[in-house]
Design a protein around this ligand. Structure first.
Ligand code: MG
Length: 300
């Protein structure tokens, strides 16, 4: 076990089962991102440069194409009705996949200006859709979308209310907002900044904001510094612990920003998502591969 984990705090041991071991489920991707577990028994994720979405079936371990071409999708999640909500670089939109497979636009602009390339997304318990909008899918020479001029004058975090159709700007003080998640009680919003990808002076951090009235945020501050690499996507478990991607591992943090330990992964990680029938399996997209590790905790 010693070569699979780095343990900084004894609370980390309680998260592990005797059989907790990283297992590779799929490979052959260029940049695997955006895993989501669908309770029908499969994981969907994006392979962004290959412009496809893949599906791993828990019944027999088979892997198949879910959608191709896929509009250079990135982050995925489910809404309150269990429908797939997807960030699309190519469509510069957040889309929804209906039960019949039709893909419809959820949101594609803020006050008439196109988004850059929505990256990661979370759905709140009230059904509103909160997402980040860095420029990776429109940058010159990008292999993750279509190079285009930005329409917006920055990279923001937005909230979309499907009931009213309104999109509001939540966060404008980050460089390249990327991974996004709520604390289990939805009183705090966490957002990773990957601005260091193009400017090494940008702090490699996850920021935290207090949620106000369930629909806006305030009091942004640094939650944790990530090393090595940067945080891209991350998720919370039932303890309120944060599981974040980094260059070498899934790193586990407590609510007060204490780093408990690392689940080492042999490839650079983009994102993770809890799933499985008991929500105790952490699915990890890392460069070419999809991995899983079974833990003694459950995702929210
Ligand atoms: Mg991301």
């Amino acid at each position: 076990m010693s070569d699979s984990f780095e343990i900084f705090d004894d609370r980390f041991r309680a998260l592990l089962r005797p059989d907790s071991r990283l297992e590779k489920l799929a490979d052959g991707c260029i940049w695997a991102e955006g895993p989501v577990y669908v309770p029908a028994g499969y994981v969907v994720w994006s392979d962004i440069p290959n412009n496809r979405m893949l599906r791993w079936n828990e019944s027999d371990g088979s892997v198949e194409t879910f959608r191709q071409p896929a509009n250079y999708t990135n982050g995925n999640t489910l809404d309150r009705q269990g429908r797939l909500i997807t960030c699309e670089h190519g469509g510069r939109r957040v889309s929804r996949t209906e039960p019949d497979g039709t893909v419809v636009t959820v949101a594609d602009n803020y006050q008439g200006k196109k988004f850059n390339s929505p990256n990661d997304v979370v759905v709140k318990s009230d059904g509103t859709i909160w997402f980040t909008d860095p420029p990776y899918g429109i940058l010159p020479g990008t292999k993750e979308g279509y190079a285009s001029e930005p329409d917006l004058d920055g990279c923001y975090v937005f909230r979309h209310d499907p009931a009213s159709g309104e999109t509001t700007l939540l966060i404008d003080d980050m460089v390249k907002p990327n991974g996004i998640a709520f604390s289990p009680d939805e009183q705090r919003l966490y957002v990773a900044d990957t601005g260091a990808s193009h400017d090494p002076t940008v702090e490699r951090v996850i920021r935290v904001y207090d949620v106000v009235d369930g629909k806006s945020v305030t009091n942004g501050r640094v939650f944790c510094h990530i090393d090595p690499g940067m945080a891209d996507g991350f998720r919370f478990d039932q303890n309120g612990y944060l599981y974040t991607s980094s260059a070498d591992s899934i790193q586990v943090y407590t609510e007060d920003g204490t780093r408990l330990g690392k689940i080492l992964v042999p490839e650079k990680i983009a994102n993770c998502a809890f799933g499985g029938p008991d929500k105790n399996r952490l699915f990890i997209t890392a460069s070419s591969s999809l991995y899983v590790i079974d833990l003694n905790t459950r995702g929210i």
